[in-house]
Design a protein around this ligand. Structure first.
Ligand code: GAF
Length: 400
């Protein structure tokens, strides 16, 4: 299996050495993720089936003796430095640049969650580099959060487990960065396993590791990054969340997880009676049917293996395109091109409004899918996509 950690590790070490003139006391990393199926279900307390990918973000750490914490990244011009004693009251903040709000937000949330007093802690320099493309819908944000969370948990001896660290990452994202996301990405980044999907109940946070069996079936996942960048701290994502909350309230349930496919008839009646708007109904229908598709996909994977989940992936894409309205012409073109070139199923992955599509592809069709996506994008006058394969990989870990 390929593991592209090495590149980012060298860059993180070089950055730390430039910053401090020293070698790291430790290096931690966490992966981006692909969501196989289950989109916009996490914040509705529903089900998701993501996997961690073999592209990682690396955090190299050196101690400081002056009670300060400094974060530096290969994609930022300047490091950001604050007093460790100021971390507990750092967020919300308009002053911390967005990229630095991820690692500093993790430090802030980790101290709060573990009830640790910043006074007794060692100051730190953190140098960050990543092989996860930013804005591609592969959760580069959860990768930074996971790597930083694993690092500070160990260096400061906070004693948090993997699920607690995933919650820390989500809190940083929600309250420090200001993106109202669910917990799927952080759970995948913390708990990913080689060759497996993470079947997560987002209400209980119970996880089942599901064998994807891709290699044995001679299949791979092709990522078609449309290079239309997206961000969840802006507009559409929050609007979708609000519509889901309207739908749940109208159905009299805590979350859309509690609405079954069979209840959708009653929901349609509520539209006719003017209790909910038609948009909220369609958002609800996406979430309710998507939860069912995740359950179906897990059952099909277990009973028949990965070759049989293609139709579920396609149905998921259609639901996001038509009911949830988060696809784009580029994502639709990517799905169509992949299917035309022999993929077994394809769908946009992640929050939508840009980012990437994935295609479940027989190994001997990877080149055809890559070429078909490039040709379709050129013919439509879109920016050329970036196309690559990913393999399910390990979650956050200490590398050295
Ligand atoms: C983004 C969010 F961060 C996740 O929590 C999830 O809601 C996803 O969009 C949509 O499934 O990645």
């Amino acid at each position: 299996m390929t593991d592209t950690t090495h590149d980012a590790t060298a860059r993180a070490h070089a950055l730390l050495s430039e910053l401090t003139g020293t070698a790291p006391i430790g290096t931690w990393s966490a992966p981006g993720r692909v969501n196989l199926i289950g989109e916009h279900t996490d914040y509705n307390d529903g089900f998701v089936l993501p996997f961690a990918i073999d592209r990682r973000t690396v955090v190299a750490v050196a101690p400081r003796t002056d009670g300060r914490i400094r974060v530096a990244s290969t994609f930022a011009d300047e490091p950001v430095e604050v007093e460790l004693s100021a971390v507990p009251t750092l967020f919300p903040s308009d002053e911390i640049p967005e990229w630095a709000a991820y690692p500093l937000g993790v430090a802030w949330a980790a101290l709060a969650t573990s009830g640790t007093d910043a006074a007794g802690l060692t100051g730190l320099d953190l140098a960050i580099a990543s092989d996860v493309p930013v804005g591609a819908g592969l959760s580069s944000s959860a990768a930074i959060e996971g790597a930083t969370a694993a690092a500070v948990n160990e260096v400061w001896d906070l004693g948090l487990d993997a699920v607690a660290l995933a919650r820390v990452g989500r809190r940083a994202e929600n309250e420090a960065v200001g993106a109202p996301t669910g917990i799927m990405d952080q759970m995948a980044a913390m708990l990913g396993r080689d060759d497996a999907g993470i079947f997560l109940d987002c209400r209980s946070l119970e996880v089942e590791v599901v064998d994807l069996g891709l290699a044995a079936a001679d299949l791979t996942i092709v990522v078609i990054d449309t290079r239309v960048s997206h961000a969840h701290s802006t507009g559409g994502y929050g609007e979708r969340r609000a519509a889901c909350e309207r739908g749940a309230a109208a159905m009299g349930v805590p979350a859309l997880r509690d609405v079954a496919v069979a209840d959708l008839d009653r929901a349609e009646g509520l539209v006719r009676d003017g209790v909910i708007d038609e948009v909220a109904f369609r958002r609800m229908r996406h979430v309710v049917t998507e939860d069912q598709r995740v359950l179906d996909a897990v059952a099909v994977l277990r009973e028949q293996g990965p070759t049989a989940i293609g139709d579920l992936l396609l149905a998921s894409h259609a639901s996001m395109r038509d009911d949830f309205e988060i696809s784009t012409p580029e994502l639709d073109a990517a799905v169509e091109a992949a299917m035309g070139a022999g993929a077994l199923g394809a769908r946009m992955t992640g929050g939508g409004f840009g980012g990437a599509a994935i295609a479940l592809t027989p190994r001997d069709r990877v080149e055809a899918v890559t070429d078909a996506a490039a040709s379709a994008f050129a013919a439509a006058g879109f920016t050329a996509p970036s196309v690559f394969t990913v393999a399910p990989s390990q979650g956050a870990r200490r590398d050295s």
